[in-house]
Design a protein around this ligand. Structure first.
Ligand code: G3I
Length: 316
């Protein structure tokens, strides 16, 4: 037996995983790929655990769609990275339109976290507690975020403390994009981690989303030094949403394979990098319009990236 996950584990990692959605569960041929634990040792729900899905109206919680994904993972011995508790996007309108004051919004956030993390207690290897709280210059996002604009950056450590109280065993992550290489936003994420720790709340990991573009990935060394900077703060790192866009009309699958191998090689070189999750596995179900960013094509055939990833992990 051999596959993306088997090779990752042989290289000392915890998993190679994929985002899974209800669409995949309802597509038997695609789901057969998702169920193969040789390739995928971990799932992340695409939308099913987000605030609008799990608390569509105040105090009413809805877990049916996410529970199906968790049940499939458990049946196949696959870990769950659970995503995402506090994010400015996919927040239901009862939260954003409510004009709640600071204290009320804090209690809404804490109640949401207690319920959702409590429901999945013991089933989530990791939680993305706070998602995308930074601007591109590394400052805290206020504009467009009900959390940042009402509570201020204090919502971040409060969220981590609430998640830790609800499931003390889960690894608690901050997760964001454009933090993959050294730069202002990556520095901002390092400052955010220090801030959470200074507050006395636990934080265990930095999630590098990794929404990348074919031909713009560069060399492994930048990713290695960036991951090492997070590791030096005492946290794990993971690629949590990797996909590498190339236009479906004129794709460059050879370069894409090289670029996937670069990220795998970088993770392999950093002991604090626990694993890689791709944001889906087939181009049939990517979130990016007119793009072919994943490892299986729309006909569920393996692309060159598949063997490139195997080779980058090394022998099984
Ligand atoms: O559920 C509604 C449905 O009722 C409605 O008919 C339909 C019409 O547009 O929309 C459906 O909601 C869509 C939802 O996905 C569920 O399919 C939203 O429009 C659509 O915006 C939403 O997109 C998701 C996106 O997050 C939202 O920001 C993508 O599927 C999902 O892949 C993407 O994932 C994010 C990560 O969570 C965080 N990092 C970035 C990543 C990519 O954007």
């Amino acid at each position: 037996a051999d596959g993306l996950n088997s090779r990752a584990k042989a290289a000392g990692k915890k998993y190679f995983g994929t985002e899974v959605s209800g669409q995949v569960l309802n597509d038997g041929s695609a789901n057969a790929i998702a169920k193969n634990a040789e390739d995928f040792g971990q799932y992340t729900c695409e939308n099913e655990m987000k605030f609008d899905a799990t608390e569509p109206s105040r105090g009413t919680f809805s877990y049916g769609n996410a529970d199906k994904i968790v049940a499939q993972a458990q049946a196949n011995g696959q870990l769950m990275r659970c995503h995402a508790l506090v994010w400015h996007s996919q927040v239901p309108s009862w939260v954003t339109n409510g004009r709640f004051d600071n204290a009320t919004l804090i209690s809404i956030m804490k109640n949401h976290i207690a319920n959702v993390v409590g429901h999945y207690k013991g089933k989530c290897y990791a939680w993305d507690v706070v998602n995308e709280a930074l601007n591109e210059d590394g400052s805290y996002r206020n504009s467009g975020s009900v959390w940042g604009s009402t509570i201020g950056p204090a919502f971040i450590p409060i969220a981590f403390a609430a998640a830790a109280a609800a499931d003390p065993a889960a690894k608690l992550y901050y997760n964001d994009y454009n933090c993959d290489r050294p730069g202002a936003k990556s520095t901002g994420a390092q400052n955010l981690i220090k801030m959470v720790k200074a507050y006395g709340a636990p934080i265990h990991g930095m999630g590098l989303q990794g929404h990348l573009t074919t031909g713009q990935v560069g060399s492994a060394s930048q990713y290695v030094s960036n991951m090492q900077a997070f590791a030096n703060l005492g946290v794990d790192v993971a690629f949590t949403e990797l996909d590498i866009a190339t236009p479906s009309s004129s794709p460059n699958f050879g370069q894409q394979a090289t670029d996937y191998a670069t990220i795998v090689s970088a993770c392999k070189q950093v002991s604090a990098c626990v694993g890689i999750t791709t944001w889906g596995f087939t181009d049939k179900y990517t979130w990016i319009s007119n793009s072919a960013p994943l490892i299986w094509n729309t006909n569920l055939q393996k692309k060159p990236a598949y063997d490139a990833i195997l080779n980058a992990w090394g022998s099984s």
